[in-house]
Design a protein around this ligand. Structure first.
Ligand code: FER
Length: 280
């Protein structure tokens, strides 16, 4: 009996050491439309993709007070396996979150681009969204993003084009893409966020082969997940490696599942850190 009690005691000590506290949710009303505040603008844009060989669409949000006289940093915000360029809008209304944050002066003015991350001719989220060729298209999107979409945005919008002014984040498959592409291209991205990252996330050793360089180059490395998400081991694994290798990052775990509750909270918190001095 004593042995059993000791065993259970050790297990709970072990769980306490390895478990992470649940982080506070976003404040009430963060995602509710407010009357009488300035609003950003949403648009759909079309760019030619050399990678795919046809025109592709993306949604773009420009902030309240947007002006061609200014230059803005850019957040690329990516969707999940069952989504497309409209998933964030339909499920998360990020424009409402952003408008409210701007009204409270909590966000650095930025452009947010929501692309279609399934880089193939038919990029609709129809049929079996887990089909191998569709999953492959989520990896191919790295080329489309770097060689087609980013140059299009930089040619057609008043944006700052240094790595310090470019962020990438996404939900689930888009979280995996953000970690893979962001950490794989530190010369292009200084701000990287994975929300509930999916099994397309590379192994930590592949993601961060050189922790010292990552540590020097990253302005922000963000991970978040719902505590009841079946995919949480992927975020835990990544965070553990980062801890072991002394790479600063923020890992937030919310009371939630694999859903927009977690993703909206993540966007609310992550976006406020962007393009600001590190220790704000
Ligand atoms: C998987 C489970 C979930 C997977 C991807 C997902 C690639 C993606 C989920 C999402 O984007 O919401 O095994 O394999």
């Amino acid at each position: 009996m004593k042995k059993l009690i000791f065993f259970v005691f050790s297990l709970s000590i072990g769980a306490a050491c390895f478990s992470q506290e649940i982080t506070n949710p976003a404040p009430q009303g963060f995602d509710v439309v407010r009357a009488d505040i300035a609003r950003g603008n949403l648009d759909t844009i079309t760019y030619f993709s050399e990678t795919v060989g046809n025109n592709r669409n993306a949604v773009i949000y420009t902030p309240p007070g947007y002006s061609n006289e200014e230059k803005y940093p850019v957040l690329y915000l990516l969707h999940g396996i069952g989504g497309d360029e409209f998933e964030w809008l339909n499920g998360g209304q990020p424009q409402v979150i952003f408008d409210n944050l701007y009204a409270d002066d909590k966000l650095e003015p930025m452009i947010a681009v929501m692309p279609n991350g399934r880089a193939m001719k038919d990029d609709r989220a129809t049929g079996n969204v887990f089909a191998p060729e569709k999953q492959k298209a989520f990896a191919t999107f790295e080329k489309d993003l770097l060689n087609d979409l980013i140059p299009f945005i930089e040619k057609n919008y008043p944006v700052k084009s240094k790595r310090e002014h470019r962020a990438i984040a996404g939900l689930s498959m888009g979280g995996g893409q953000s970690l893979n592409f962001g950490l794989g291209n530190l010369d292009k991205f200084a701000w990287v966020g994975g929300f509930s990252s999916a099994p397309n996330t590379k192994s930590p050793e592949e993601l961060i082969p050189n922790p010292k360089v990552a540590k020097e180059q990253l302005k922000l490395l963000w991970l978040s997940c719902g505590d009841k998400d079946g995919l949480i081991d992927i975020s835990n694994r990544t965070s553990n490696y980062l801890k072991e290798n002394d790479v600063p990052h923020r890992y937030e775990i919310y009371d939630g599942n694999h859903d927009f509750g977690v993703w909206k909270t993540s966007l609310y918190k992550f976006s406020q850190l962007l393009f600001k001095p590190k220790d704000l």
